[in-house]
Design a protein around this ligand. Sequence first.
Ligand SMILES: Cc1ncc(C[n+]2csc(CCOP(=O)(O)OP(=O)(O)O)c2C)c(N)n1
Ligand SMILES: [Mg+2]
Length: 769
Amino acid sequence: MASAPIATLESIQKRVLWLSALMVHHANTVRPNPDGTKVGGHQASSSSVVGLMTALYFHALRPGDIVATKAHASPILYAIEFLRGRLTAEQLRGLRSLGALQAYPSRRKNPEIIDLSTGSMGLGAVSAAFGALAARYVSQHGGAGLPSRFIALVGDAELDEGNVWEGLLEEAVRELDNLLWIVDVNRQSLDRVVPDARRAQVRDWFRGAGWHVIELRWGGRLRARFGRPGGERLRARLEGLGAAEYQALLRLPAGAARKAVVATPEGETDAAIDRLLADVPDETLGALLADVGGHDLAAILAAYDEAAEPRRGPCVILADTIKGWGYPFAADQLNHGTLLTPRQLDELRGALGVAPGEEWAGFAAGSAEAALVRGAPAPYAPPAREAAPDVPDTLEETYPPQSSTQEAFGRALGRLGRLPIGERMVTLSADVSVTTHLAGWITRKGVYFPRAKPAFAAEGPAVVQWKESPAGQHVELGIAEHNLFLALGAFGLTHELSGRTLLPIGTLYDPFVSRGLDALYHALYAGGRFIVAATPSGVSLSPEGGAHQSVITPGIGVALPAIAYYEPTFAQDVEWILLDGLRQLIDRDQDAESLYLRLSTKPIDQALAPAPSPALRDAVLRGGYRLVDAREQPGHDPEANAVHIFAAGVMVPEAVEASRALAAAGICASVFAVTSPDRLYRGLRATRPYVLDLVSADEEGVPVVSVLDGHSHALAFLGGALGVPQLALGVDHFGQSGARGDLYRHYGVDAAAIGRAAHSLLARGPALG
Ligand SMILES: Cc1ncc(C[n+]2csc(CCOP(=O)(O)OP(=O)(O)O)c2C)c(N)n1
Ligand SMILES: [Mg+2]
């Protein structure tokens, strides 16, 4: 690779550092700040990667590469994008203001310059790893081999997050030669210094996970000294220091630093080191001792070149840097949120050679810097988007008379697998594929692995045929729900990044949604579109006990943005919702969303389902429909003896039973099957909320009983929405083992409890009038 001239890179680096400091300064002290809240912007975290990022963008980046930037270095990225002509000075001045450049790189908010979102520690880097896997998948299924490399800049303390190591444990990741991580080893976290043992641990862990490790610990000047007589003693002295001691050494005034570095542990003078440093004047000794690899441009270029050499697996560069590099608070343990004062900023301007009046300038046309910037690869452009096959209107599948929603899901998937649309579907599971009804799909489609593996032949009839190859369409992950959601998010971004719309469907046990929740949130925020089938759910999974029965997930489903939560009852509901979910993954218009299906293994009598019709299908997708109409019952009086039961998912049969029992007691109870508490809730702010359409004008005061197999609050808004009293039934405590009927009774969600709630509401008298 042709080397960029170091002097020019250095000059660009100075400008990048300056602009990153200036935009943060502007946001905090120049721009009007009506409420006085600190704006922030992480000047110290930014400066530690200035060399790594400058060299990356203006030397190492190749066409087709995309980058996930360390979240707290976004000002550096924005400065680079300004120099590349993709941002204006005005945009830099808007940092962290409404509708402008986000605090952390955000594909959702700034898609014109951000390919991959970062923010929450550890998630961005692992997302990039699964992005590399998804790109590999697309290319091995006949699509474009783009993006060609996924490059992630990672803070060293991000490696404290367990999800990083969960990601590295994933077997397929070690196959990815299109993945590069650059770890910014500034030895500082937020408030603490990173533990000394980390350096060796991290290196060994990466190696153990099959990564090629490049260590960029010392710069060229120190390495040259290490080669001289006494040099090995100096190296041993420096490498023997703990991180906190080394940071402290860098902050000592001239003279004191020499004394400290030549001192032996016994307090004597190390004559060899003393002699070695004798020709280094005090004024430059500090800079020599601070000569770490991650700020030595020549060393960085060499590391990037080594990283680009062909090899079988991923690569990581562990680059030592200094947090606050170039600033008065460099290496100060508590500099994470420190901002340069106006005076310090002015001094920095002078030191970096920025002329007054040129503060917001790029490079003059014709300059060597401008030429180098212009010569860098163009911003990533995804390949032309391939057309996606049509989603059928119906699957023409038959479902058994007693069918659970999980079984219906498995059957629907099986049918889809035989259609052209099935070619675009990819299922993912964290070690629960067969138990979540994917066996048929996997047998038909095979398991995806970037490299073909020998298939083992099972003796006798097998539940599933497990054949791993690059042609497979199911990704089986280890038990790590973080990986599942980050991988779903990555496979759900190939439409945007690789030109092919994949339809990723992840299956897991519903209680473990919360296990991967921040990854799910990140995957959605980062723009991934996918389907989550969470099954089984609730206490209906009766003998399995409280650790496996999900209670709070309905609330999560309602609260999560960019994903629609559905909890259907009947097989036909499942089919319609699934087809609609797939269609939304393909449409990708503004309102299109991911889908969270909360399913169950409880068999449901399909005879209870209404006859299919376009109107019913529409109602299912909008969030619910009236299943039992009590208005037809004799003596129906909405002001005296009527009740509305809103039941979701598996609780619908209990509601129907309660309605029958109530009818016998002269109470007219309509049953509404709620297919999506989420859709109903979000519809409330519409000019005409859909839930109001479910009841008729003469039913205005009819009280509501709601019931679901999950926390009651997920449907507790209905009474307020309808302006009537409500009793919200649900599972508001930990689950436990027991027979299903016993549990329903215990938690007060069975037909009898629904009946009691109805009686009690009616005993309170009419709500209105
Ligand atoms: C999941 C998560 N927990 C906590 C934080 C708060 N936080 C912000 S920065 C930081 C330390 C980051 O250290 P490092 O990754 O080494 O970054 P750098 O030193 O480059 O700033 C923490 C704990 C966060 N952003 N995300
Ligand atoms: Mg750090």
